[in-house]
Design a protein around this ligand. Sequence first.
Ligand code: SAH
Length: 247
Amino acid sequence: MFDSSLKNKFNFILVEPSHPGNIGAAARAIKNMGFTNLSLINPKDFPNEDAFYRAKGAKDILENAKIYEKLSNALKDATLIFGTSARTRTIPWPTKTSSELSIVLKKALESSNAKVCLVFGREISGLSNEELQMCDYHIKIPTDEDFSSINLSHAVQIISYVLKMEIDSIDLLPEMENESPTFQENEYLIDHFDQVMKKMDFYDQENPKQVKTRMRRLIKRLKPDKLETGILRGFLAKIEQVLNKKN
Ligand code: SAH
């Protein structure tokens, strides 16, 4: 059942939206589906009358919207991140269609610190590769192949509707006792790997061949839990110790 306490576990993030009307329409869309949290990354023109006009009865969502300078700041405590995109990118990332969300979603909601973020891109250029690589999964809303780019607020409406349907169909939520590692903790692990690889001259820094991006994808795909993350960090620290002794 769609328990109202679940609402707070979701955050809709719009990255650098340029049209205030789209921000208002997105606020209305998420409130229609029972969600409350909206974050804006560096909006071009906000607060703005047009946004409030288009929000209609969802002005509270706009008033409480959080504003950040960078996407990574908004994601710090996220435990599951979906990036939405009309196109597939150079390094393919695990991609779900909007109807394939249920398994990952159910698993994420089992953890006590669940925070699911849905990230939407700029009207003109979408999300950058770097921003898409911060996400665990990409979602592509199936469309006509030749005309795949949906209006930003319409994309928010479709995703929030699909999420509501998924959540409504989860019969009984399991006990919430496991803690999932957050985006920030994953970033520390990815950086730690990179640091050790550099110290070992594992890859040519002039020509890194996307090693860090591939490590990032691996870690996001495997999603080690807190204990496993701790083991990996400890292992890397030990390698550093041994290297330091040698030098
Ligand atoms: N020209 C841009 C499209 C931007 S549309 C591009 O090609 O990337 C604005 C945002 O709406 C996108 O960044 C994405 O968050 C969402 N969106 C639009 N169409 C979508 C689709 N088919 N599937 C998933 N998200 C979509």
